[in-house]
Each structure stands twice: as structure tokens, then as C-alpha cells.
Design a protein around this ligand. Structure first.
Ligand code: IMP
Length: 428
């Protein structure tokens, strides 16, 4: 009855999709537990490249049921667009395969408008959100004024609630942010149509998970974003509004910790971040630029260039601590080919003080005053994309991986050496 949780160990975009893809081959249920269409990953299906933001990547494994859990926030228009795209490729996305928790909250167009308006009002202190309405919809959920997916069971009554919520949000948009209101009746009519289409997908997500685990089947919990974007444990306030950490899987899907057999953290061989907030190992030079270009470090959802920098071990140790990692997947090692020497931040320092631990007790302002303490390692020039076993890697690459494993104290179960499914070294 194992549940395997896959989480991001940095600031998101670590390549969780490929790890879920690899581990998901054996999964009977693949479940998303947090976030919304702020996330995004590119998948290749039937020779086509598509971008999924909501539907779990397990949809490509024919046997897996896919659940969008209670902890997820759903833009129904986006969900339907993804289902349509997948259906066009001949992939079964009927209600037998795709399930939507009735307790998931729904994103309205006014949530997106409010997200944009709040970001604009923050000026230089902007978080750099994806403007998908994530903060405002979770705020409504916490304030107990949100709209749950269960309301879609009665589309006409649901439409009334959508119109009412839109009018409430309009008051904020107009009076506080001096923005144009949205046409409540038009929005309500659209949402009534979405409800008619999505109604068959509604389930009690926790009951579905319980049945899967009780039958001895395997559930893969797919985290979105990463540890440092966690609302409670991330680099607040430069975080998202959900719980990307392992604990978020239990909360967002509704099952207990005894079922968890593995927690796999996914981290890149370097560090990236999108949006504002301190990033101590950021490279604002040609090396950072090179990593961005070679690694294709541009946002899947917004297309924004990602901030790139050296690997940060205090962050990975922190991820191991917060999530209770049993394994680490180190992705995109091939991107570092030709960068020589390489640097890894082993600690942070400030005025003679030093910490090897990520100082999560610091606010963003204090953290920004610390400097990374680097260790230098030799790079390698050989093309490593063909490596399938540890021994196939040049000695310098093996040393790099060994150094990370030793410093984080968690076994490395996968090394990514290229974008294709088979370009990976798995050690089980
Ligand atoms: P929000 O989730 O759109 O509210 O954005 C809050 C912060 O999380 C911003 O810094 C975003 O760039 C970041 N963020 C949200 N989703 C992702 C993601 O999937 N990958 C990387 N960063 C993300």
C-alpha cells in the first residue's frame, strides 16, 4: 500500500515531471496535491509536445488513474483545454481515468485580475507571481469564502455563486485597485458551461486514495513548485500560497503518514529561481547566461527567463530535513558540461559567522546580507548524454555527484543527463 511522494527540493522547475514519469510506470494512481496552473511541465505524447499545468503527468501511462486533489486550485477553463488537447491525441481522459476532488477550489477570472492588480501595487517589492490567481484563490479558501468544485454538481446554482463572488471581487478591483470590473453574468454563464462538462469528474478524492492504498496499489503523489516556495517553510514572502512539501501531499489528498514509503526530492545540478527574493548563489555573469541557454531555463507557464546559479547545498539539506527525503534525483547534470571549474555553495557566511544549515529563521532581508561559501570542483568536457551507468560518467562528474550525496546525506536515485526519457542514470 505504498504512497510515493515526489517533491521539488529547490524553487520549482527541478524536472519533477521526468521523475514522476519514471516512477509512474508502476503507479496505479497519480495524484496532484497542491498549486494550480502556475505549475507547468512539457510532456511528449504520441510524438507531440504538450504543456500540462493541471492534469498529472501520469495521464501518459495508460493504466494510471489521475487525481486532482483537494489541495489543488483549478482554473476550469485551463483544465478543460488540457483535457481537449489530450483527447485530440487519442488519450483517454474520460471520468473513469481523470478525477477531480470535489473539495478542490476553483479559480475565477477575478482571482487572476486581483493577482495582477496586487502585484502591480507592490511595485519594486513584487513577488513575481505567475498571475494565475493563485494567491487570491487560496486567500478566499482560508477566509472560507471560496468556491469548491463540489458546487459544479448543480450548474445553475453554481452560476449564481460565481456571479456573486465576481461582484464581491469587482468591488475590490474597483475601489482598491482602480481597475475595470468583470461582467459577472458573462463569467457566470461560462462557468455554468464548464460545470456541465466537469460535473462527471467530481469525486471524494480522499476515498479514492484510501481505496487505492487498501487494495495494495501504488499511488504517486506529484508535487508542484518546490520546498522554498512552500507557504509555511519557504522563503516567505517570496513563496507560493500552497504546500509543495511532502506534508502537503497528506493534507492535499487526505491520507495518513503511515502509507508513505518513499519521499523523493528532485533538485537540479545547479539552482534556478523565477520571481523575486534572495537567491544567494545567483550568477549574473556569462556562466549564469550559459546555464540559462544550455538548460533552456525559461518558464513553462510564463516564458520568463529563470535566474540561474551554482548548486546550493544548504538548500538541499533543508529540503531533506523538511520533507524527510529518502532519495534525491539530481537532474540536468549535462547542462554543466564544459563549465570548469564548478562551484558548489557548502555554507553561508556573514562577518565571520558561518552556517551550513539553510537559515530558515531569517527573513528575506536578513538572508540577502549573507554570502555563499563556495567549494571549487573540477568540471568535465566530455558529452555525458549517453551515460546510463555511474561508471559511464567522467571521473569529475562522478565526484560532483558523490560530493552532493555525501553533503546532503540522502542517496541519489537518479541522475538526469539529457531531456529524453532514457537519458538518465537510475540507481535503485
Ligand atoms: P504564484 O504561485 O503564481 O503566486 O507565484 C509565487 C512565486 O512562486 C513566484 O516567485 C513564482 O515565480 C513562483 N512559482 C509559482 N509556480 C512556479 C513553478 O511552477 N515553478 C517555479 N516557480 C513558480
Amino acid at each position: 500500500m505504498p504512497a510515493i511522494i515526489v517533491i521539488g527540493a529547490q524553487w520549482g522547475d527541478e524536472g519533477k515531471g521526468r521523475v514522476v514519469d519514471g516512477l509512474g510506470q508502476q503507479a496505479d494512481l497519480v495524484a496532484r496535491y497542491n498549486g494550480g496552473d502556475n505549475a507547468g511541465h512539457t510532456v511528449v505524447a504520441e510524438g507531440h509536445k504538450l504543456q500540462l499545468h493541471l492534469v498529472p503527468s501520469g495521464i501518459l501511462h495508460r493504466q494510471a488513474t489521475c487525481l486532482i486533489g483537494a489541495g489543488v486550485v483549478v482554473n476550469p477553463m485551463q483544465l478543460l483545454a488540457e483535457l481537449d488537447q489530450l483527447a485530440e491525441l487519442g488519450i483517454d481522459v474520460g471520468p473513469e481515468r481523470v478525477k477531480l476532488s470535489a473539495a478542490a477550489h476553483l479559480i475565477l477570472p477575478t482571482h487572476r485580475a486581483l493577482d495582477g492588480a496586487r502585484e502591480a501595487a507592490r511595485g519594486a517589492a513584487a513577488i513575481g507571481t505567475t498571475r494565475r490567481g493563485i494567491g487570491p484563490v487560496y486567500a478566499d479558501k482560508a477566509a472560507r469564502t471560496g468556491l469548491r468544485a463540489s458546487l459544479m454538481a448543480d450548474p445553475e446554482a453554481f452560476a449564481e455563486r460565481v456571479a456573486e463572488a465576481t461582484r464581491d471581487h469587482n468591488r475590490l478591483l474597483q475601489e482598491i485597485y482602480h481597475q475595470e470590473p468583470l461582467a459577472a453574468q458573462d463569467v457566470a454563464a461560462k462557468y455554468c458551461d464548464y460545470a456541465k462538462r466537469l460535473r462527471p469528474y467530481l469525486v471524494d478524492g480522499s476515498a479514492l486514495v484510501a481505496a487505492c492504498l487498501a487494495a495494495g496499489r501504488t499511488m504517486l503523489c506529484e508535487g508542484a513548485q518546490g520546498t522554498l516556495l512552500d507557504l509555511n517553510h519557504g522563503s516567505y514572502p517570496f513563496v507560493t500560497s500552497s504546500a509543495p512539501i511532502a506534508g502537503g501531499a497528506l493534507v492535499g489528498l487526505g491520507f495518513g503518514p503511515r502509507a508513505v514509503s518513499q519521499v523523493v526530492g528532485v533538485g537540479k545540478a545547479y539552482t534556478t529561481r523565477v520571481g523575486g527574493g534572495p537567491m544567494l548563489t545567483e550568477l549574473l555573469d556569462a556562466t549564469g547566461e550559459r546555464i540559462r541557454e544550455v538548460g533552456g531555463e525559461y518558464g513553462t507557464t510564463t516564458g520568463r527567463p529563470r535566474r540561474c546559479g551554482w548548486l546550493d547545498l544548504p538548500i538541499l539539506r533543508y529540503a531533506a530535513q523538511v520533507n524527510g527525503l529518502t532519495g534525491l534525483a539530481l537532474t540536468k547534470l549535462d547542462v554543466l558540461t564544459g563549465v570548469d571549474p564548478l562551484r558548489i555553495a557548502v555554507a553561508y557566511g556573514r562577518e565571520g559567522k558561518r552556517t551550513e544549515r539553510f537559515p530558515a529563521e531569517f527573513g528575506a532581508d536578513e538572508l540577502a546580507h549573507w554570502q555563499p561559501v563556495y567549494e571549487e570542483l573540477p568540471g568535465w568536457a566530455e558529452d555525458i548524454r549517453g551515460a546510463r551507468r555511474m561508471e559511464d560518467l567522467p571521473a569529475a562528474a562522478q565526484d560532483y555527484v558523490a560530493r552532493v550525496q555525501e553533503a546532503v546525506g540522502v542517496p541519489i536515485i537518479l541522475i538526469g543527463v539529457g531531456p529524453e526519457r532514457e537519458q538518465a542514470i537510475w540507481s535503485r
